[in-house]
Design a protein around this ligand. Structure first.
Ligand code: AMP
Length: 453
């Protein structure tokens, strides 16, 4: 099966080719014909499934007929990053068509957005708050909208955007095509769907897709040992682009700073940053300037960065949905990836819910030797084909300093204030740190096993 079956206009086919899409993804196969027919859609699918092209391509085809220079399509997304990403996908796919798109969100000046609308954009990709600002100032009209897309509707609901969405919908013509996509279908979203969709075609993509190509490992670790564990993993694992999730903005910021101190090209993506700095962090990560991005769920939701090799849940998220979204950042488009989750006793309940949803248990790693000082090495851009997950690195320098840091810096202090020695007694100067291979670590029954059940 390929894209020719949809009979897209040659200018759209050129966009598909430029993006190197050869075979439609399952959601594209299901959604494109129905959207081309003009039907409403209720789509149960998450980001990472090819959902954006599934609605953008048929909308472009429909926009080729009809007037130009008016807002004829409105796409509403929960976060600025997702709005920017959808806008960027449209720009690529529509390059030959002359159809223009503008992204509208808060945190940046209104004027450039308005100029683009007034220059005649046919597609507006907007976050609800800023869009309502423009509408209340009567900056432009949505009276000509023919297609409305609500993307990541469940996330919009989580963020309290349902009332703003209802207000936006009031500004649209009743006679329009409406497409609603959501990764999950809580009652409130189903209710909204019933209100605003007219005999929708239902398209659904299995929820577990992103995890199929992602190897999952669960680390039992108490809060105060997470940083040591992270450094240990990063020093001994072949990692490409790595996305680390924390629960709060503050933790994202301070973890990124800590990693920078240890020589990693790391940055954070969280809501305390200005929009410009958020975009800088994201672009820097996409372009490889930063190898590590530490993010909160809100900031990272829906971001599409190809080639993420590792996702690390430094903090376990509060919901199964958030976990699925995080893990979906790696293993995209049939690539493989690894996901490491750091969990403490307090996370038992959510871990069991996550595993129920995964349909399997994650591999347990309960035997990580945290007492050793961890040599930090440069974070390589390239991933080797091998997976030397626990390859020993003899970069402890004479004098007991690893990469210039005092040996035992991370060692826990005992009650007398003395540093505890690594398990097995003090290491000889220049000696190779003791590592276990991965299988041995995973099979080991010793260590902290509170998440083993
Ligand atoms: P999305 O779910 O829209 O975020 O898409 C996830 C990723 O898949 C993006 O990087 C898209 O560019 C890519 N993609 C979308 N459709 C296809 C396709 N038919 N073939 C290959 N990659 C695709």
């Amino acid at each position: 099966m390929n894209f020719t079956q949809f009979d897209f206009h040659p200018k759209i086919a050129a966009g598909i080719k430029a993006c190197n899409y050869e075979t439609p993804t399952p959601i594209q196969e299901q959604a494109i014909p129905a959207i081309l027919e003009g039907r409403d859609i209720l789509g149960l699918a998450q980001t990472g499934t090819g959902k954006t092209a599934a609605f953008v391509l048929p909308i472009l085809q429909r926009l080729l007929d009809g007037p130009r220079g008016k807002i004829r399509t409105l796409i509403v997304a929960p976060t600025r990053e997702l709005a920017e990403q959808i806008h960027s996908d449209i720009t690529k796919l529509a390059r030959q068509t002359g159809i223009r798109s503008v992204a509208i969100y808060g945190g940046v000046s209104k004027l450039p957005q308005l100029k683009k609308v007034r220059a005649g954009a046919e597609i507006v990709v907007a976050c609800p708050g800023r869009l309502l600002d423009h509408l209340s100032e009567r900056a432009f009209t949505l009276a000509n909208v023919e297609h409305l897309v609500l993307d990541e509707a469940d996330h919009m609901f989580d963020m309290g955007f349902l009332p703003p969405i209802r207000r936006i919908i009031k500004a649209l013509p009743a006679n329009r095509q409406t497409l609603l996509f959501s990764a999950t279908m809580p009652g409130e979203i189903l209710h909204l769907a019933e209100e605003i969709l007219n005999n929708p075609a239902r398209v659904q993509i299995a929820h577990s897709r992103p995890t199929a190509t992602v190897e999952q490992v669960l680390f039992s670790v108490e809060q105060d040992r997470k940083m040591t564990l992270l450094k240990d993993i990063m020093a001994t694992t072949d990692m490409g682009a790595t996305l680390i999730f924390t629960r709060t903005k503050y933790r994202a910021q301070s973890l990124a700073r800590n990693l920078q101190k240890f020589g990693y090209a790391a940055t954070s993506l969280q809501g305390n940053l200005s929009q410009n700095n958020r975009q800088k962090a994201l672009n820097g990560f996409k372009q490889g300037e930063f190898k590590v991005l530490v993010a909160t769920d809100i900031a990272a939701r829906g971001i599409d960065v190809s080639g993420i090799s590792h996702v690390i849940n430094y903090d376990v998220p509060d919901t199964v949905e958030a976990f699925t979204h995080r893990i979906g950042r790696t293993g995209r488009a049939a690539c493989t990836g690894e996901a490491f989750t750091f969990a403490g006793r307090e996370d038992r309940r959510i871990i069991s819910l996550i595993e129920k949803s995964l349909g399997k248990k994650m591999l347990r790693n309960n035997d990580h030797d945290l007492a050793e000082d961890v040599p930090v090495r440069a974070h390589s851009t390239e991933r080797s084909d091998k997976k030397p997950w626990h390859k020993a690195k003899n970069n402890v320098r004479p004098g007991g300093r690893a990469n210039g840091r005092p040996a035992g810096r991370n060692a826990k202090r005992d009650a007398t204030g003395q540093k505890e020695q690594p398990a097995g007694g003090p290491r000889k100067e220049g000696a190779r740190p003791k590592r276990r291979n991965r299988a041995a670590m995973l099979n080991s029954g010793s260590g902290n096993v509170f998440l083993n059940q």
